[in-house]
Design a protein around this ligand. Structure first.
Ligand SMILES: Cc1cc2nc3c(=O)[nH]c(=O)nc-3n(C[C@H](O)[C@H](O)[C@H](O)COP(=O)(O)O)c2cc1C
Length: 140
């Protein structure tokens, strides 16, 4: 199997409501199901962090669509690596609100420059750790 894991962060569009995120997830779940993609979408008031796992070509196609989406901006690819096994195989797309883990968003995203979006120097590995932490919280 030629499976990969892709991680990116992005800036959430300011006017995006929680209901809009639910609708993103609905589409994501449908499409990912047919593409055999699994993953997690972490969101906060300001940001998204997404992990996509699956076939390299499918992930690439999905990521290209995601990059065109006006519901977020300043998309920053953190990592794309081959994997031995999936971390999020139980979900086509697990949705997780980072704000439920107190201060996590503040710790990850430096808000000192208000006009600019500054992802913390966040490595792909750290992002995956956060995803796994969220998986643990989601299962509780
Ligand atoms: C933060 C975010 C995450 C998304 N995640 C996925 C995803 O995991 N899978 C997916 O197919 N679309 C995802 N989308 C939606 C795509 O951008 C796109 O709207 C959708 O795939 C439909 O594409 P189409 O209209 O070209 O068919 C996401 C969008 C956003 C803003």
């Amino acid at each position: 199997m030629n499976e990969y894991r892709l991680v990116y962060v992005s800036k959430r569009q300011e006017k995006l409501a929680t209901a809009d995120i639910k609708s993103i997830i609905q589409t994501a779940e449908e499409k990912n199901k047919s593409d055999h993609i699994s993953g997690i979408l972490l969101y906060s008031n300001r940001s998204f962090l997404q992990v996509l796992e699956g076939d390299l070509i499918k992930i690439n196609q999905t990521f290209k669509r995601i990059c065109q989406d006006p519901r977020h901006s300043e998309i920053l690819l953190l990592s794309l690596n081959p994997i031995e096994h999936r971390f999020f195989s139980d979900w086509f797309m697990l949705l997780f609100n980072v704000d439920t883990i107190q201060n996590l968003d503040a710790a990850l995203f430096d808000s000192s420059e208000k006009s600019l979006y500054h992802p913390f120097p966040l490595s792909g590995e750290l992002a995956i750790e956060i995803g796994l932490l969220a998986k643990y919280y989601a299962k509780k």
